[in-house]
Design a protein around this ligand. Sequence first.
Ligand code: ZN
Length: 248
Amino acid sequence: MSNGSGTASGKIRVAVWNEYMDEQKRDTVTCHYPQGLHAVIADFLNREEDISAKASLIGDPEQGLAESVLQNTDVLVWWGHVHHGDVQDNLAQRVIEHVQGGMGIIFLHSAHKSKPFTRLLGTDGYLSWREAEEKCRVWTVAPAHPIAAGIPESFVIEHEEMYSEPFGVPDPKTTVFISWFKGGNVFRSGLTFERGFGKIFYFQPGHETYPNYHNEYVRKVIVNAVRWAKPQLRIGVRDCPRVDPLEW
Ligand code: ZN
């Protein structure tokens, strides 16, 4: 059992997990993310003095989810889309156990269908969507929440993939953001949950063919979320021990 983040420097250790397979190397994506979405996300996180971020890819050993990686990760950031089904069940379970033991996790955009998301929250991750280059306005509905620090009452994203309610998730601990899309749909776009000792944040912006991880407010939300999700307590896998009474 250990407290919080464990680097000698005291920095929050972040792993940015991504697929980064062929479809993310199309011109429509590389024009915004030449080295991949994970590289841009890790780069802006590393500009913060208290954060140390590196990438973890599905092509890495143990799909980027080796025990040694997760043990040295305070907050895991997850971007996935077309390869959700390729993530091995035992590795998804490993992620879940680390979250239950205190590791923070931030699910971005299409990660609502990833195995760790659906299994941690007990859902199929249902929503409806449309790719129509729609204007999106993100409303801050919990302005006192740490994840909303420095975020205005609302901000505009010029183009984003539309995600719509109903969103198939259990009632969140806090709804921090709700997004409106030009086509009329709305979506709870920033939600917090807790499972075991781990903090969970879902954030909708980030379709790969739009440059939205370059948006200053999107970045600020993710930075805030990393700080919020940092473990306060970290333990190993728990079983259910039989215990003697404390007093006879
Ligand atoms: Zn998308």
